[in-house]
Write a protein that binds this ligand. Sequence first.
Ligand code: AN0
Ligand code: CP
Length: 317
Amino acid sequence: MRNFTTVADIGDLKKAVEEAMAVKADRFAYQHLGRNKTLMMIFFNSSLRTRLSTQKAAMNLGMNTIVLDVNQGAWKLETERGVIMDGDKPEHLLEAIPVMGCYCDVIGVRSFARFESKADDYNELILNQFIKYSGRPVFSMEAATRHPLQSFADLITIEEYKTKERPKVVLTWAPHPKALPQAVPNSFAEWMRAADVEFVIANPEGYDLAPEFVGDTKVYHDQDEALRGADFVYAKNWSAYADPNYGKVLSTDRSWTVTAEKMALTDNAYFMHCLPVRRNMIVSDDVIESPRSLVIPEAANREISAEVVLKRILESL
Ligand code: AN0
Ligand code: CP
């Protein structure tokens, strides 16, 4: 595997989960792969889990890591070609990317949707420039439209906790005060559709995700109806996708908050969220603190998903 940006890059999901379990059972078994190899992690946006878990995964594999927060100490980067650079940005991404590539063997990039242009976001303008110009394998640490390391960790977690052959997994929108990207729900949908689960989505009117991510998944605009019989409830906020409201907050309706009453509609479901989460907006304190909450095991599996991805990239060098 050279680049990792979507579910398609990982191939057979059953094999990927088996490999994840093997890595989890002996996470230092592949140290030879990363010897004298350097991972560079580039952050255009904040992170707690991705930064720490990916760095830990690289260390497990014997790699060296360099982390750059583009917005803290680096030159401000122009991203658009053809502009006369007489403003506040002293460097262009088109020089910065190949320079970064000189100092490492593998590059991870976090670059969220900017909501300035839907076309730029959905064409993954920044991530694709890294793939094109860095000369290195590139993996997504959450780009404009997907967060595959998160979805892979979510799948591993579901496989670990499921008690039915084909569990019902509900992705539900929940309220949040600020506009958030669609990357996490898009990606989760993409992975769940490729996995062997019964997958449905619940969101208010106006919040349907992009058709290429929804596919033929059943979408409910009534959250209670979607939650009935659920084995896993995956909550996430996202901003509107459809024009003319792309990137906008249309509702902060707290009747969509995942509470104990909502969880009572399910088949004693587990609660999942990628974190960071705003309590009592997305989920009530009692649900996230309950024994059915998987938010910490999910975060722990980020180390595993990152290690499988890095291992496969290193094997292909
Ligand atoms: C980001 C998002 O919703 O995409 C990152 C989640 C992993 N969340 C926030 O910005 C709060
Ligand atoms: N879930 C996740 O990616 O968290 P961070 O934004 O803290 O990396």
